[in-house]
Design a binder for this molecule. Structure first.
Ligand code: SF4
Ligand code: SF4
Length: 329
């Protein structure tokens, strides 16, 4: 009997740069969500004398929560509970209609990982350069690039951990206290923990957080049905894949562009997978290829299972590229 290991080492993923409508949308969402997170504690809001002038503040010492013109006292906390319930229901609604749109576009793990990959690409180059660097022996150049990358990641992580504590006390005062090392130890401890988790989750664990640590991919499976929109490959159009020019091949030229841009390292042509966060970058990559070879876009597309079944049985015209009119060829 052979001993088979139940452990598989992680295969590193080096997503390639891609451009297109969904990539642009993700850049915008990343910019807006990061700006909201980092800048909100610095917005001032005049509430009159003896009241804090920070627009959004969780004032633990005086047991108040300030949100612009709203002030919530502990006995009114059901407002916050109601808001959280509405946010949860909203998330369920979005998931049942649009699948993992939260995971693909707005989840902090996705946003910060995207930011860390952007930094990595600026410093180490695009996919092929990063693969070569990964395989190369440790040299002065490799150390230099790695140390610069880790330093920038660390700065982002410190800013991320630092921004969080500013929500709990007056931001300018706390910044001065932090600079003079006179802030409360809890502030330093919180910043240290969040810095470490941001650095490790965004820089090194990345897709493993989504696959192994996050319960959401499992929970969402119960909220999706055949009309939920997900990212799918039109295999009835793409197969048999290949580069034959004798009229026997499908539209997929097996260029692997969709796989090489995927931040989860999966091949969407294998069908729906739990790892897929529906970030749609494979759609952008494949649309680009289809444009170059003069085929209709939408070989990979946002589709519901019911759409797939209808197209397969030819009871509905192929919707390639028309789900989002901006992508229409
Ligand atoms: S990008 Fe499109 S053509 Fe290239 S391998 Fe993927 S599905 Fe096939
Ligand atoms: S398969 Fe496509 S949509 Fe799914 S995670 Fe990979 S790139 Fe994103």
């Amino acid at each position: 009997m052979t001993n088979q290991s139940l452990y598989a080492a992680r295969e590193p993923i080096f997503p390639r740069r891609v451009s297109g409508m969904f990539r642009r949308l993700k850049w915008w969402i990343m910019g807006v969500t990061l700006a909201i997170y980092y800048l909100t504690p610095w917005i001032r809001w005049d509430r009159g004398p003896n009241l804090p002038d920070q627009a959004v503040l969780v004032d633990m010492m005086h047991r108040r929560f300030y949100f612009f013109w709203i002030e919530i006292w502990p006995h009114e906390f059901y407002f916050v509970a109601g808001l959280l319930i509405m946010a949860g229901l909203g998330l369920f609604l979005f998931t049942s209609a649009l699948g993992r749109v939260w995971c693909g576009y707005a989840c902090p793990q996705t946003v910060w990982t995207d930011l860390f990959i952007l930094v990595e690409r600026w410093i180490e180059g695009d996919r092929n350069a990063r693969v070569r660097l990964h395989r190369a022996n440790w040299s002065f150049r490799k150390w230099r690039l790695r140390l610069v990358k880790w330093a920038v990641w660390l700065l982002i992580s410190i800013a991320t951990g630092g921004a969080w504590v500013f929500y709990f006390t007056d931001a300018p005062t706390l910044l001065a206290d932090l600079g003079s090392f006179s802030a409360h130890p809890i502030a330093y401890g919180t910043i240290a923990v969040l810095t470490l988790t941001t650095f490790v989750f965004g820089g090194f664990m990345r897709e493993q957080v989504c696959i192994y640590m996050c319960p959401w991919p499992r929970i969402q499976s119960a909220m999706m049905d055949s009309d939920t929109i997900t990212v799918a490959y039109r295999d009835w159009r793409g197969e048999p894949r290949g580069k034959k020019h004798d009229g026997t091949a499908g539209d997929c030229v097996d260029c692997m562009a969709c796989v090489n841009v995927c931040p989860m390292g999966i091949d969407i042509r294998d069908g729906q997978q739990m790892e897929c966060i529906t970030c749609a970058l494979c759609i952008d990559a494949c649309d680009d290829v289809m444009g170059k070879i003069g085929k209709p876009r939408g070989l990979i597309d946002y589709l519901a299972l019911s759409d797939e079944a209808a197209e397969r049985q030819a009871t509905r015209p192929n919707q390639s590229g028309v789900m989002f009119c901006a992508r229409a060829p």
